[in-house]
Design a protein around this ligand. Structure first.
Ligand code: PBG
Length: 329
């Protein structure tokens, strides 16, 4: 060896020195747990393709929200699952104050108040009978500008229900600006916008579509991004920030760490990443087969997403990971 001997292993010798020089920590306060609530359920129900994740009843959702706060998670992202008869062409259940998501926002806010950040998915796909994230034209295409008006109404309905932050996940052009303006005009200037700024048309959303009993037949490639593109994400992110996004998100997370890093470098608002259902399900399935160490892989994925530059991570493991992290895992 040349002198002086450079020995990186010195800094790996004990757990204490590794802890001292660790460049990346995952903090429970930066984890957000997505939760599903299904209209009309009296008991929570397992989701086969998302083992450990539930479709909640209104009651079990309140309890789970309180537990998540207890575990120290930074936020809860709510998704509503309407029964089929509550879905229509226009997704009106998203705007209806009695729609399942708006009801759930009220319930959760009543339960946890400001002890965590209550967020809601601002998208029409769970509420439309065709499963698309927007309104359709006569020939079945997704109509961007007609959809914007629906998002504006839905944002105000969610804010009226007490939500702290709306997650604009529909990938319509101009959605952040329209939502911001509608919230402000309705006096909800304090409600923040978490922009799903770079959201890819990903096959990793498969289990989520089971979780929300998606009616979609086809795909979302005319509005969600092509997985092949990185520069396009920077353009999407810049537009969302210019339109007033308070935070921006990249989704999925682990297969798109290059995008996370590029977005982090490009903007000065907080950057989130969504570790989506398929990412979770792959690890759970491999762990169930005894092929990987579940907890270690869980925390390694979160650390990697954090290291790439996401300050906030949406993950179905948020509550469990928060517990493990508190134990110094
Ligand atoms: C749209 C939405 C989706 C996800 C979050 N918000 C589905 C989609 O775009 O098809 C996917 C999240 C996941 O896979 O965990 N409402």
């Amino acid at each position: 060896m040349p002198y002086p001997e450079i020995r990186p292993r010195r800094l790996r010798r004990t757990a204490a020195v590794r802890r001292l020089v660790s460049e990346t920590r995952v903090d429970p306060a930066e984890l957000v747990v997505p939760m599903f609530v299904k209209e009309g359920l009296t008991e929570p129900r397992q989701i086969a393709s998302l083992p450990g994740v539930l479709q909640h009843s209104r009651d079990s959702l309140r309890k789970a929200a309180a537990e998540a706060v207890q575990a120290g998670v930074g936020g809860i992202m709510l998704f509503g699952v309407p029964v089929p008869v509550s879905r229509d062409e226009r997704g009106s259940g998203g705007v209806d104050p009695a729609g399942i998501l708006n009801v759930a926002i009220r319930d959760v806010v009543a339960e946890v108040g400001d002890t965590t950040v209550v967020m809601s998915d601002l998208c029409l796909d769970e509420f439309t009978s065709h499963g698309h994230c927007g309104l359709l034209t006569g020939d079945g295409a997704v109509d961007n500008d007609a959809t914007l008006a629906a998002y504006a109404e839905m944002a105000v309905a969610q804010a009226d229900a007490g939500v702290g932050m709306v997650g604009t996940s529909g990938m319509m052009d101009g959605q952040v600006g329209v939502v911001r303006r509608a919230l402000d005009a309705a006096g909800h200037t304090d409600v923040a916008v978490l922009a799903y700024a770079a959201k890819y048309a990903s096959a990793f959303y498969g289990p989520f579509r089971d979780a929300v009993e998606s009616a979609l037949d086809g795909d979302r490639r005319t509005y969600q991004q092509d997985p092949a593109n990185l520069r396009e994400s920077l353009r999407e992110v810049a537009l969302d920030v210019a339109e007033g996004a308070d935070l921006v998100m990249v989704k999925p997370a682990l297969p798109y760490l290059d995008v996370v890093a590029a977005v982090r470098a490009a903007v000065d608002v907080p950057v989130a990443a969504y570790q989506v259902s398929g990412e979770y399900a792959m690890v759970e399935a491999a762990a169930a087969n005894g092929w990987i160490d579940r907890e270690r892989v869980m925390l390694e994925t979160l650390t990697s997403i954090r290291r790439a530059g996401a300050q906030i991570i949406l993950t179905y493991w948020a509550v469990e990971a928060a517990g493990l992290l508190r134990q110094g895992y």
